[in-house]
Design a protein around this ligand. Sequence first.
Ligand SMILES: Cc1cc2nc3c(=O)[nH]c(=O)nc-3n(C[C@H](O)[C@H](O)[C@H](O)COP(=O)(O)O)c2cc1C
Length: 228
Amino acid sequence: MESQELKSRRPWIVGVSGASGTPYAAAVLRGLLAAGESVDLVVSRASRLTLLDETGISFRDAHWREDLATWLARGADGKPGTFGVTASDLADVRYWAAGDLAAGPSSGSYPAKGMLVVPASTAAVAGVALGLSKDLLQRVASVTLKERRPLVVAVRETPLTGQTLKHMVTLDEAGAVVLPASPAFYAGATHIQDLVDFVAGRVLDAARVPHRLYRRWEGELGAALRAD
Ligand SMILES: Cc1cc2nc3c(=O)[nH]c(=O)nc-3n(C[C@H](O)[C@H](O)[C@H](O)COP(=O)(O)O)c2cc1C
C-alpha cells in the first residue's frame, strides 16, 4: 500500500447538540482549525434553534459552509466579523446531515480521531449513555465509545436531575470525558469571549489538541503568602 494512503485524513468529529452554548462550539471549531486538525461536523436538528436564538443564523444543510463561516466569524457577544473566518478557510471541513445515518462517521471503520460533543444537551447525554443512536450525532458518539476513541461531552444544563447525573456516570465509565461547560474566573476573564474560550480550551485539553485559548494557571497567585 502507498504510504500516502496510510496517511489518510483523520478528523475530529464535532457534534453540536441543542443545548445553550453555540459560542462554545464555535470556539472549539476555530481552535481545531487553528491547530491544523481536520474537522467533520454534525449539527443536530434541535441545535438549529439554539443557533438561531444565540447567533441569529438560520443554519441550513444546503448552505452549511457559508453559514458555518458566518457563525465562526461571530464573537460570543454576537458581533459579526469578530474573527477572520471565511468559507474558503473551511475547504477541508466535511459536513454530515444529522438525519443521515448512512454517513461515513456512522461506521467504526471511518478514520476519525475521536469526537467532541459541544455543547451536549441532556437529551444527547441520555441518548449516548443508553446507546439510542436516534440521530447521527448520537450514533457517532456511540461508535466513538465502541472504537475506544476519545469522546469529550461538554454538558450544558443546570440544575441537573439524578437521571442526567447517572447518564454522566455511565459515559464516564464507558471512557468518555464528561466536561461540564463551566467557565472559571481565574484566567483573567474580562469579556464573554474569555469565558467561552476557557471552556473551549478545556475541551481541547481533554482531546490533547494544543491551543492558546486561555491563560494557564501557573501557581503565581499568593506565592509570597504560601511561602510563609
Ligand atoms: C433556546 C433553547 C435552549 C436550550 N438549552 C438547553 C440546555 O442548555 N441544555 C439542555 O440539555 N437542553 C436545552 N434545550 C433543549 C434541547 O434543545 C432539547 O432537549 C433537544 O431535544 C435536544 O436535542 P439534541 O440533543 O438532538 O440536540 C434548549 C432548547 C432551546 C430551544
